[in-house]
Write a protein that binds this ligand. Sequence first.
Ligand code: 4AD
Ligand code: MG
Length: 480
Amino acid sequence: MKRTKIVDILRHSKVNADILVMGWVRTKRISKNVCFITLNDGSCLANLQIVIDITPEIDELLSHVHSGAALKISGVTVESPGQEQALELHAKEITILGEANPEEYPLQPKKHSLEFLREIAHLRFRTNTFGAIFRIRHAMTYAIHKFFNDKGFYNIHSPIITASDCEGAGEMFRVTTLDLYNLPKTEDGKIDFTQDFFGRETNLTVSGQLEAELAALALSQVYTFGPTFRAENSNTARHLAEFWMIEPEMAFYDINDDMDLAEEMLKYLVKYALDNCREDLEFLHKRREEEQKQKPQNERDEMGLIPRLEFVLYNNFERITYTQAIEILMNSKPNKNKQFVYPVDKWGTDLQSEHERYLVEKHFKKPVIITDYPKEIKAFYMKLNDDGKTVRAMDVLFPQIGEIIGGSQREENYDKLIGRMKEVGIHQKDMWWYLETRKFGSVPHSGFGLGFERLMLFITGMSNIRDVIPFPRTPKNAEF
Ligand code: 4AD
Ligand code: MG
């Protein structure tokens, strides 16, 4: 007999069907001559209740069955007297596929803290919370590809190893095969990278944008969806050293088209989750409600997870310029009362996440897109405005998250681009291939980057980015 997944049994099976299931024991309970096992196989949040009539030989076998053990069970579906599900399985034959010693198995059927679960990241998939998160993560991956595919975008695989620093922030992980204990040196005592694997200095990419631009200037509408790496030493609940980014790039789009696409995409993804991940979202909604109850009243969320998702879906994002944002912030209560860690005192200062969250959560009470930032605080590739001071950047800010998307219209003018590169100290000769696209058939184009784990934070209502990626990479942490 073939295995049936629990999701299919609970959704489609009828009473009296012969079925084979395989999965992991969540709980075991014995009452008189009957044993009840809840089995989970990860195909959905719900467990299948297994009912076993105890005979002497089954009794011996059951003494080896504990939380975490893997079982193969064949039986017949019967109507469940319980409220929780319509069906349960009356077991006929049970095989233990893998035991789990209760003295050693760290996951007990009780609530564990997220911090503890991070220490057992190899097992945390087996909890309700992480099962829900990673099923949703999959659904969001699929929805992203579907969104772009339906719009005629092409997925481009940008390289993971590069020689350029797209964001110009110098936060890169070096890639080398040189012997660190015996580095080859040039005559003037510098490291001789011509002897390195690629014959030059290379690093893990911080963004696939530059390559996506090359593709967009031929295929019109493309997107990347890959891992990106940043060696920024910010140990926050919103930063990872390895995160996944979705970067669409569109020829013939100006910044307004870019913002429209960003808003449409975020709403599409929220709707996809609401339509397709209901059971898991409802679980996470309740989980967050419990979590909020532990907090002091003034720190609690005003909105629950599902209402917040719906709120984003049904409201237009507010669009303002950086200059307007600074005015609002300078005149804001927390700024006047010196409650910001970084006071806002002049045009030109970079916005911190406390400022972004004030604008979104307190001032506008909805997602905000800020455009036209000072060029000094943005990357070299952004299109310079006529004022010569600001660039056609756009950041999308979300409640609880702050910046979820960063993007811009790109500088398509060859001379202006070279001017910006000189200003920030990027060597033309290293970027000759990027510059050539501005020489040959250059067109207005735009794009943005959506941080996948930031999106996941928003969709799941989790508070720490380490809990929405299977194996987080953060400073001093690459255990699993
Ligand atoms: O604003 P960023 O740095 O923009 C870029 O990389 C552009 N090349 C994107 C583009 O225009 N194609 O990063 C984009 C997004 C941020 O808004 C944030 O959501 C996410 O990537 N992000 C991070 N997520 C997790 N951990 C980090 N360390 C992140 N840094 C950026
Ligand atoms: Mg940014």
